[in-house]
Design a binder for this molecule. Structure first.
Ligand code: GTP
Ligand code: MG
Length: 324
């Protein structure tokens, strides 16, 4: 890993460095994967200067330009898989949710999106041989639905499943939760998330899971009316690119939740359509539609994936967590 500070890049003085840091470009890696326009706007420099800085960062960070197929294969070897602990879902996902990718789950209220978020926050801390990523978790909570008690119940569930005495407190210690009060705050929290991930990288519990629950709720509430749609999509798009960058730089799994359009604004079209439209659809690597079935049963349907066949999987929400 490159430990170079961003001031060491040609063209970055202290003032520019400060502006870049304020905007979340804390590392050479982060600059290397930025676009010239993005960097120019942030640091108030010309685009050609920005391009030169980015090229220098790419050389230093060794992340830029074209990659050969075998190099991609090498990076893909690092891809981890996080188990939800439910046989059918894990199978549908090719053995678990992939790192270096964004998985979006959308569904109506009560379909279980937040429950999955809680279960993944627990499972991610397990060792690899138990389907975990042996890592810490960052949760951006926009709806104030994180419940430590629920985590404790799920940890008890795991203790029973593996006949091991897991301590709920130990799991809670590795879940870093931030409330996001509005969409701008949510965007800003990605910077803190990157800093936190940097500081935890060498602790033995690096951040391997980022959850944003809900990704779209604030955007949806704040940008109402047709005229604001383009603006909303642009912001959401940029936010998602920051999130994707986080997934790549940290070899992390990213789990985001999304609502479906509820009745009042579904004058036309499908009321089970996710919010956010095409941009979100194209950026999420995996897209899952969740719906309620009988009682505590839920159906997860994989509707979009780069490499897996579409499929459906059944699981249950129980007091002990998510099970077959
Ligand atoms: P919105 O965020 O409102 O869009 O819904 P969501 O998809 O996040 O739903 P959530 O994951 O909160 O699922 C709620 C459902 O999970 C409830 O209707 C319950 O069936 C179940 N549930 C929530 N908490 C618990 C719990 O502590 N124990 C058990 N057994 N089930 C729970
Ligand atoms: Mg929820």
């Amino acid at each position: 890993m490159n430990e170079m500070s961003i001031e060491e890049l040609p063209g970055i003085g202290p003032a520019t460095a400060e502006k870049l840091r304020d905007a979340g470009f804390n590392s050479v890696e982060a600059i290397a994967v930025a676009s010239p326009a993005e960097l120019a706007g942030t640091a108030e420099i010309g685009e050609s200067t920005a391009s030169k800085i980015i090229m220098a960062a790419r050389r230093s960070a060794d992340v830029g330009g074209f990659e050969t197929g075998d190099a991609i294969l090498e990076r893909r070897k690092e891809v981890g898989r996080l188990s939800m602990g439910c046989t059918e879902v894990d199978r549908m996902m090719g053995g678990g949710f992939e790192t270096q990718a964004i998985t979006e789950v959308y569904g109506e209220f009560g379909s279980g999106k937040t429950q999955i978020a809680h279960q993944l926050a627990v499972n991610a801390q397990l060792p690899v041989d138990k389907g975990g990523l042996n890592g810490s978790v960052i949760l951006i909570d926009t709806e104030n639905t994180f419940r430590p008690d629920r985590i404790a119940q799920m940890v008890k569930g795991l203790s029973n499943r593996y006949e091991t005495e897991y301590e709920p407190e130990e799991f809670l210690k590795n879940i870093h939760v931030a409330r996001a009060y509005n969409s701008n705050h949510q965007i800003l929290l990605m910077e803190s998330a990157s800093e936190l991930a940097d500081s935890l990288r060498d602790t033995g519990k690096p951040v391997r899971l980022l959850i944003v629950d809900s990704l779209t709720a604030h955007f949806r509430a704040e940008y109402v009316g047709r005229g604001t749609l383009a603006d909303r999509q642009q912001k959401l798009n940029k936010h998602l690119h920051n999130i994707m960058r986080f997934a790549d730089l940290n070899n992390a799994m990213v789990f985001v939740t999304n609502q479906v359009m509820s009745k009042p604004d579904a004058f036309f079209g499908d009321p089970t359509k996710p919010i956010g439209g095409h941009i979100l659809g194209h950026t999420s690597t995996f897209r899952i539609y969740l719906r309620k079935s009988k009682g505590d049963k839920r159906v997860a349907k994989l509707v979009d994936s780069p490499n897996l066949p579409d499929g459906e999987a059944l699981f249950s929400v129980t007091p002990e967590g998510l099970v077959d």
